[in-house]
Design a protein around this ligand. Structure first.
Ligand SMILES: Cc1ncc(COP(=O)(O)O)c(C=O)c1O
Length: 462
């Protein structure tokens, strides 16, 4: 005998299979289509501009409508030739795990209620501490991205440095608290300043240290430190990929009892490759770190990671309790480490990515992308372009001459559609950014993209 529930289950199963089929077809088509969406596809989005329907619709129709209108209007960020910003793709195992975890629909806040995802996230965090070479015992949290990871780790920093000065910021807030000196580099990422602002450390009060031509803080510029102090360093400058000199800065900061935080949104992953790790030497001396799994670990959005060395420092800033929230369990209570209470179990994809890559697969991915970045730089330099940075990691800055000419080439590359690169201004010079961050990028994709960039450079009318 079949019941109504069986029928509903069958309908859900066939809808999910349809979604999987559509998703797979989309991904298979990415290598063949223009990376940017076509003007026609963008115009087609007008079909979405309808009033809220009064009546329910068949879910299969809803999915078909979404696929028809939105899939063609997406940027092919998941494909092999998107080199804008710092955008990873989604590894097959991570994407599939994401779909499975969506079916589970677990609220990952409480270990005793959702033990499966709590355990898989705890294991993933342990693996991350290991592969990133962070001090044993470092605690971590899954958040939406590096912006929130910086916020989360810096909240722990704020709590700890004020606690050492005899002030309980969680209880008493910042009004009347001992002043905290916050130090950043001139080339800090704007989201770090935003995170500091959210924590009550306004931009005007932050001390900015001068940097060198690659955007690295000049170690000799660190002032004498005293009192509650947070020093914010960077692993991987968004434009050049450069690393601050951690050894020297961490040593001096620690001697003065300051807290050192590292924004390593993509650069912290250098730690996972024996070949690249010398770039981030000394980063493990810091007190906290932020990074993104949705960048170089190639898991789907959104997935950032905050790490704090001192056991208990993260929960001191983040834990909550209420009678209705059962916190007793054998493992850690995830919501004691994150700004959110309810959240999706984004650590599942991290576990799947690490499980599928293994240590050597991860190192191989990082090293391949860096080699591909060097190939871009070498071929473009050979063709007469100026490379503005030392290509130490996966970022390449290219000038095609005057600012106008550089902007023209960027627009022509984007329009051509073979690949997608964005623009920037690096220390007063207009540049095209090439950021190689995807597992899907093959050496053939790099050659195709180089040819497309050279075409755009050589044909002013193109
Ligand atoms: C160094 C650095 N910090 C922070 C961020 C912000 O990351 P998210 O967009 O994941 O919040 C980025 C983004 O590229 C970055 O490169």
């Amino acid at each position: 005998m079949t019941t109504d529930a069986d029928h509903a289950g069958d309908a859900t199963a066939s809808l999910l299979l349809d979604a999987a089929r559509r998703g797979a077809a989309y991904l298979q088509g990415l290598g063949r289509r223009a990376v940017r969406p076509s003007p026609d596809a963008i115009a087609g989005l007008a079909r979405l501009e309808q009033p809220l329907p009064e009546a329910p619709s068949d879910p299969a129709t809803v999915l078909a409508e979404l696929d028809a209108s939105v899939s063609p209007a997406t940027m092919a960020m998941a494909g092999p030739r998107f080199f804008g910003f710092v955008i990873g793709g989604a590894l097959p195992a991570a994407l599939a795990a994401n779909w499975l975890a969506s079916a589970w629909d677990q609220n990952a806040a409480l270990e005793s209620v959702t033990p499966g995802v709590a355990r898989v996230e705890a294991v993933a965090l342990r693996w991350l501490v290991d592969v990133l070479g962070l001090p044993p015992g470092t605690e971590g949290a899954f958040v939406t991205g590096a912006t929130m990871a910086n916020f989360t780790a810096l909240a722990a920093a704020r709590h700890a440095v004020l606690a050492r000065a005899g002030w309980d910021v969680a209880a008493d807030g910042l009004a009347g608290a001992p002043p905290v000196t916050v130090i950043v580099g001139e080339e800090t990422h704007p989201t770090l300043l935003k995170s500091l602002g959210l924590l009550g450390f306004g931009r005007r009060g932050v001390v900015r240290l001068p940097v060198d031509a690659q955007g690295r803080i000049r170690a000799d510029a660190l002032p004498r430190l005293s009192g509650p102090t947070i020093v914010c360093l960077q692993a991987g400058n968004i434009n050049t990929g450069a690393f601050d000199p951690f050894d020297a800065l961490c040593m001096r900061a620690r001697e003065a009892g300051a807290w050192v935080h590292v924004d390593g949104a993509f650069g912290l992953w250098a730690q996972a490759s024996p070949q690249l790790a010398p770039l981030s030497r000394g980063v493990e001396r810091a007190d906290s770190w932020a990074t993104d799994a949705h960048k170089w670990l190639n898991v789907p959005y959104d997935c950032g990671l905050a790490f704090v060395r001192e056991p208990g420092a993260l929960p001191a800033a983040m834990s909550i309790s209420a009678e209705y929230l059962p916190t007793s369990g054998a493992q850690r209570s995830p919501s004691d480490f994150t700004p959110e209470l309810s959240r999706r179990a984004r650590g599942v994809e991290v576990w799947a990515a690490l499980r599928s890559l293994g240590r050597s697969g991860l190192a191989g991915l990082l090293e391949r992308n860096c080699r591909q970045a060097r190939r871009f730089a070498a071929r473009l330099a050979e063709a007469g372009c100026e490379i503005l940075n030392e290509v130490v990691l996966n970022q390449v800055l290219v000038s095609f001459g005057s600012p106008e000419e550089t902007r023209r080439v960027i627009a022509a590359v984007q329009e051509d559609g073979t690949c997608w690169c964005g623009g920037t201004v690096w220390q007063g010079r207009a540049a095209m950014r090439i950021s190689v961050c995807s597992w899907a990028t093959t050496d053939a994709d790099v050659e195709l993209s180089i040819e497309a960039i050279l075409r755009a450079m050589r044909h002013p009318g193109a």
